[in-house]
Design a protein around this ligand. Structure first.
Ligand code: SF4
Ligand code: SF4
Length: 110
């Protein structure tokens, strides 16, 4: 288990050294906060990225499903974070990412 310290005022954060690019957290995120991005140095050629930090609803699904303890979500009580509400725009972005092999489409504008 990572002992990564929680950054201040951040709803979700990643220990990139643990990510093996399995796409699971992206698949689980209902708000389109996460996306894979190209990373030539990664074994699978991709790595996790946070693309819409302000849309995180704090559901914890990413942390719950990551098999490598690479992603962490702030504690609603102790970290005093105000999470977003799930909006139609967030849901739409999540769907677009899932439909594009877990990557934000390059021409995505919403
Ligand atoms: S679930 Fe974990 S290991 Fe898989 S892509 Fe997400 S952060 Fe990386
Ligand atoms: S806590 Fe929920 S909304 Fe936030 S990044 Fe993880 S899965 Fe997405």
């Amino acid at each position: 288990m990572s002992l990564l310290k929680a950054p201040i005022n951040t709803p979700v954060w990643i220990d990139i050294t643990r990510c093996k690019a399995c796409d699971i957290c992206v698949s689980a995120c209902p708000a389109g906060v996460l996306s894979m991005r190209q990373e030539p140095s990664s074994t699978l050629g991709a790595i996790i990225d946070i693309i819409a930090l302000d849309s995180c609803i704090g559901c914890g699904e990413c942390e719950l499903h990551c098999p490598d303890f690479a992603i962490h979500v702030a504690d609603k009580k102790s970290d005093a974070i105000s999470f977003a509400k799930l909006t139609p725009e967030s849901k739409q972005r999540a769907e677009a990412i899932r439909d594009n092999n877990y990557r934000l489409p390059t021409n995505y504008e919403k």
